[in-house]
Design a protein around this ligand. Structure first.
Ligand SMILES: [Zn+2]
Length: 335
């Protein structure tokens, strides 16, 4: 339980019962993510503390509600923490990521021995984990679904020049997915260990601590600017700078969000006369989750290279202290 910002407490509770149409999963692997770190630092806007948290996980079914036939106790499963309603305006218009009832019904609490997964997720966004895939790999389903959705929004041609701002977990996942499509994206960041990690994954990893990002991009694109810029840092400074990194007619994608009240400004000329297009893909649709599942099932991406260290659940506070101090990328929590 996150009892207050920066303080995690372990509590003994009765294992949950399966909700109607749902199931209970014994968590075998959970991951930390930037969103979880934000929750740790500030609390979660929708969840009053004390609250359970954690949303990337994989495990074994230990109980199912009456009538659930798609899964049975003993099945290893991968799922995400949301599922769209399937009935609202957005669901009927293939924009399920904007479903009216997506976020209110979000499932948090992956940092636990067990978690109760509601009906809608069981029906729409849960899969049997293939035996050759580890639980830790299975826990990447949710972050990878976000990245699959992001790349699907951009649909880059194979010769696209792409600049990724930020070499955290999401920046690297983007670069790996693009690498698989034959695109050698430029990935920018500052922390030496991340620059090195990206390099060791065969990525075009560029240190932005000394040289301006714009110069590095212009140098690699015959002075034009990138076809596509993907903002993965979630800082207002780089949101505002990103359009200056794109070529005329290029696209800027704001993948990483900013606090809701943030205002950002752009030069009108860049958007109009230079036709720089702005997009901001959010979350994912069930079809993105399925694509992410297939990528993980094929072990198509070296996702485990993003895991800095593994901790048992009773040492989860150490993992968050490290993240808060700026060390590590993603931590694996294994109850
Ligand atoms: Zn809906």
């Amino acid at each position: 339980m996150l009892v207050e910002p920066g303080r995690i407490e372990l509590r003994e509770e009765r294992s949950p019962a399966p909700p109607p149409g749902g199931m209970v999963v014994r968590v075998r692997a959970a991951l930390t993510d930037g969103t979880d770190l934000k929750t740790y630092r500030r609390g979660h806007p929708k969840m009053p503390m004390p609250t359970r948290f954690g949303h990337e996980f994989c495990g074994d079914v230990i109980a199912v509600a009456d009538g659930v036939e798609s899964f049975a106790p003993g099945d290893a499963v991968m799922c995400v923490h949301t599922a769209p309603c399937g009935r609202c305006y957005w669901c009927r218009h293939e924009q399920e990521e904007l479903c009216d009832d997506l976020m209110p019904a979000m499932l948090l609490g992956a940092y636990a021995d067990s978690i109760a997964v509601p009906k809608r997720i069981v029906e729409r966004n849960a899969f049997r984990k293939p035996p050759g895939v580890t639980y830790a790999e299975g826990a990447f389903l949710e972050p990878l679904a976000c990245v699959v959705h992001s790349v699907a929004t951009l649909a880059p041609p194979s010769d696209a020049s792409i600049a990724i701002l930020g070499n955290g977990g999401f920046g690297i996942l983007h670069a790996l997915l693009l690498q698989r499509a034959g695109i050698n994206a430029m990935i920018f960041g500052r922390r030496p260990e991340r620059i090195e990690l990206a390099r060791s994954l065969g990525l075009q990893s560029i240190d932005s601590s000394n040289a301006p990002i714009r110069d590095a991009i212009l140098e690699r694109t015959d002075g034009r600017g990138a076809d596509i810029v993907i903002e993965c840092t979630g800082t207002a400074e780089l949101w505002e700078a990103a359009p200056s990194f794109a070529r005329r007619g290029g696209t800027v994608s704001f993948f990483a969000g900013l606090p809701a009240e943030t205002r950002v400004s752009f030069l009108a000329a860049r958007l109009h006369y230079d036709e720089v297009r702005l997009v901001a893909p959010f979350h994912f649709r069930p079809c993105d989750v399925r694509s992410a599942f297939e990528l993980i099932a094929q072990q198509a991406l070296s996702v485990m290279r993003l895991v800095s260290h593994s901790y048992p659940l009773d040492q989860i506070a150490s993992a968050f202290r490290e993240l808060d101090a700026g060390t590590g990328l993603k931590f694996l929590i294994e109850p």
